[in-house]
Design a protein around this ligand. Sequence first.
Ligand code: IMP
Length: 175
Amino acid sequence: MDLKELISKKEIDAKITELSGVIINDFGSSVYAMTVLEGARVFSNYLIQNLRTNSSTVENDYIKLSSYNEGTESSGKITIKKNPEKDYKGKKILIIEDIIDTGLTLKFLKDYLTRNGASQVKICTLLDKPSRRTVKITPDYCGFTIQNLFVVGFGIDFNEQYRELPCIYYIEPNT
Ligand code: IMP
C-alpha cells in the first residue's frame, strides 16, 4: 500500500496553535472537552496541551463510538462503546474529533450529548471531507478541509495500522 504525505507535522503544529487561539477566544479560560476515541487521541493531546499552555483550564473526558466496520466505508450504524465518565449536564462541550466524513458519527454524538443535557455542543475536527457528507453537520473549528481521500497518521488508522505516523498521509487509490 502506497502512502503519500498530505499534511506535514509543521503544518499541523501551526494549525493547532491557531485553533487553540480561536477556541480560547470563544470558550474563555475554561474548556470542557470530549475526545472521540481512538482516532482523535493524538490530536486531542496536542490541542489540549496547547490550550493549557495558553492559560486555559481544560477538563477532558473520552467517548468511544463505533461506526466503521473493517475497511474504509462507514457502516452507518453508530454505537457507544465507552461512555463519558464525568457528568456533563449543563456544560458547554468541545467535541474533539479526528475527521468528519459522512457526518453520521458527529450528528449522532451532537444529538446524543444535547439530549442528555449538554447546554451547548461545539465541534473541533482536525480534518473535514465535506464532499462526503450525507447529513448536515458543520464543524465549528476545523484544521484542514481535504478532498475525498482515505487518510492515516497522527492517530488516524486504517484497520488499526498507521496511527503512529507523525503526520497525515493518504492512501494512494488502487495500490
Ligand atoms: P463519519 O461518521 O462518516 O463522519 O465518520 C467519522 C469517522 O470515520 C472518523 O472519526 C474516523 O474514525 C473514520 N474515518 C473517516 N474517514 C476516514 C479516513 O480517511 N481515514 C481513517 N478514518 C476515517
